[in-house]
Design a protein around this ligand. Structure first.
Ligand code: MG
Length: 184
């Protein structure tokens, strides 16, 4: 049988949600971070908009590859499956390792400079599920979330950015509409 390597956007979204759930992350956990981040600048933000953005982001091919690979690296490290120094480096979440942040930045980069600064904010302040993943993956704990905390933070940052881009577009259209009305 031919191996399956091509997935539709719906399949990628579903597989990403399944993988996140397997690793202890719910869509609502990510949505809470994005909602709070956007709410600081936009009091009109709605939770449904945030969820819709997260689902859209989870259907992107780059995000699919990064999330699936990152979550598997964490699982393999958890099970002690790597050989050589990389096993302890990943399992103990070495601060200067940085490849996990590259995964996060690569996701956030899909939403430009604002996506990346939003990711930086989440990476430093570790709200909600990002802190839980980080704490649960600390040395001495059985779990490893070295990659997943960055991936989850970046998906939240991307969702914040997508929601604010949609809001900007709607504001622009409404302004245009008002100006048109004025000229009538
Ligand atoms: Mg990390």
């Amino acid at each position: 049988m031919k191996p399956k390597i091509y997935y539709s956007r719906d399949e990628m979204k579903e597989l990403n949600i399944k993988k996140l759930n397997e690793r202890g992350v719910k869509i609502e956990d990510i949505a809470k971070i994005a909602f709070d981040q956007e709410y600081k600048y936009n009091k009109d933000v709605k939770m449904e908009q945030v969820i819709e953005s997260i689902e859209k982001i989870l259907s992107l091919r780059d995000v699919f590859h990064l999330l699936q690979l990152g979550a598997e690296i964490d699982r393999l490290a958890e099970e002690g499956q790597f050989r050589g120094p990389i096993q302890d480096i990943i399992q103990n979440d070495l601060g200067v390792f940085g490849i996990d942040e590259i995964f996060g930045l690569d996701i956030a980069r899909l939403y430009g400079a604002i996506g990346q600064t939003n990711f930086g904010d989440i990476d430093v302040n570790k709200p909600g599920i990002v802190k839980k993943l980080n704490d649960d993956g600390k040395p001495g704990k059985p779990s490893c979330h070295t990659f997943l905390d960055d991936i989850v933070g970046a998906i939240a940052a991307a969702a914040t950015t997508r929601v604010s881009q949609i809001y900007s577009e709607e504001t622009a259209k409404n302004t245009l509409h008002l100006e048109e009305e004025k000229s009538l």
